[in-house]
Design a protein around this ligand. Structure first.
Ligand code: ATP
Ligand code: MG
Length: 390
């Protein structure tokens, strides 16, 4: 059979001299993602990757390949020899594979990247269109504006004919934009935040805070599962797990109840920064979205930022909940996120948290706490897991 899968890279093309490294990385990830399938051959032809495998496996393979960042689209293609007759045959084979039953319109669009091929695209289009009409005359007709079926012809070292373009997530290959430490709760938002920055090429590790025994083992399993679901896209995730309860208790005892959320959030960032120094992360990542809850006001964001000097990335900051939920469903974390088990933050949650914290007040409250010691103890009790899907 002459069927292949072709994979097109997006922005990679823009990356100048780094392009080859990026592409090689993406190709490696793609081939890793389909390692359980029987692959006959794979190679690059003028910027796209071509994989020869069993056509019956294509749907499943596409599901795997789609999860690799850096890909714009994937197409099942027919590879033919370098002659007009061969292209005609291939085009007919393509239409036959579509099992057209009712009257269907089409358009041929040839692209000749290899200028040594003697027939130019404007001549190729009507030739191939003509062959299709001749073969399927009663069923097929040409519509150049709004065709039901596109027949693309790419003239490269080989010639490829295809119709479907299955969209990938775009973005950049993981690892090409440094390392980020994602503050991962059990909610809807933080996994989406991790996904979005992974798509921009950031290698993701996770930091989770629980309040065991106030929070259950099942809450922990839930976060574990979220990290696993995220790792479909990111590859192996290192997850640091810390019990925040001792810190929450101290705050509860020595500070105003209304400041619980903001104070504990500042501790999370401090701990995140300490871990980052040791394990070399470039940025912290959160799922905060402006105004979504009382603790996510612009004033809180400011007071939270003040406690660390490293960047805190908040990819959801300007998004609506509905948009976030849509992504969460699409990437497959939503169902796990809505499981009812609580993470740490609901345990000491005040009825009316401060919504416009003033830095001076917060600094004053923290004078009642042995901040350095609390951070150190928390890190000393840290557990580390390596999470990866089978
Ligand atoms: P999410 O859906 O991600 O839980 P949220 O809407 O519930 O977000 P908050 O609870 O205010 O919002 O949390 C804001 C962000 O703080 C989270 O997106 C996450 O990055 C971080 N965060 C909150 N709780 C935890 C936790 N237990 N462990 C690690 N990070 C947390
Ligand atoms: Mg939450």
């Amino acid at each position: 059979m002459n069927w292949y899968l072709s994979v097109s890279f997006g922005e990679l093309a823009l990356k100048g001299k780094n392009r080859k490294t990026f592409e090689d990385r993406a190709v490696k990830k793609i081939m890793d993602s389909v390692k359980d399938f029987e692959i006959e051959d794979f190679y690059k032809d003028q910027g796209k990757l071509y994989i020869k495998a069993n056509k019956e496996d294509f749907d499943e393979m596409i599901d795997h390949i789609k999860k690799v960042f850096g890909i714009v689209y994937i197409s099942p293609v027919i590879r033919v020899g370098r002659s007009v007759e061969e292209i005609e045959k291939g085009a007919i084979q393509l239409i036959e594979s579509k099992n057209v039953t009712e009257k269907t319109s089409f358009k041929v669009e040839a692209k000749r990247s290899d200028k040594s091929f003697p027939v130019k695209s404007p001549e190729l289009n009507p030739k191939i269109g003509g062959a299709i009409l001749k073969k399927f005359g009663s069923k097929m007709y040409v519509d150049v504006h709004n065709p039901d079926i596109m027949v693309y012809i790419d003239v490269k070292n080989h010639i490829y004919i295809y119709s479907d373009k299955i969209k990938g997530y775009g973005g950049l290959p993981i690892g090409s934009s440094g390392r980020g430490l994602l503050l991962l709760s059990g909610g809807i938002d933080s996994p989406v935040a991790g996904f979005l920055l992974a798509r921009r090429g950031v290698e993701i590790s996770a930091l989770h805070f629980h309040s065991y025994p106030f929070t259950s083992d099942r809450a922990f399993e839930k976060v574990h599962k979220l990290a696993e679901e995220l790792s479909y896209y990111t590859g192996k995730i290192t997850m640091y797990s810390i019990n925040l309860l001792p810190i929450q208790r101290e705050i509860n005892e020595k500070c105003r109840a209304r400041e619980m959320t903001i104070l504990s959030r500042r501790f999370m960032m401090r701990i995140g920064e300490e871990i980052s120094k040791k394990h070399e992360y470039n940025a912290l990542i959160t799922g905060e979205s402006l105004g979504q809850v009382a603790s996510q006001t612009i004033e809180s964001v400011g007071v939270i930022n003040q406690v660390v000097s490293m960047p805190i990335l908040r990819p959801l900051i300007g998004m609506d909940k509905t948009e976030i939920i849509e992504i969460s469903r699409d990437i497959g974390t939503y169902e796990t996120s809505i499981l009812p088990f609580e993470d740490c933050c609901t345990v000491f949650l005040p009825d009316r948290p401060v919504t416009k914290p003033r830095l001076s007040d917060i600094l004053k409250s923290e004078e009642n706490l042995d901040v350095g010691k609390l951070v150190e103890d928390a890190i000393n009790s840290m557990e580390i897991y390596e999470i990866e899907v089978e």
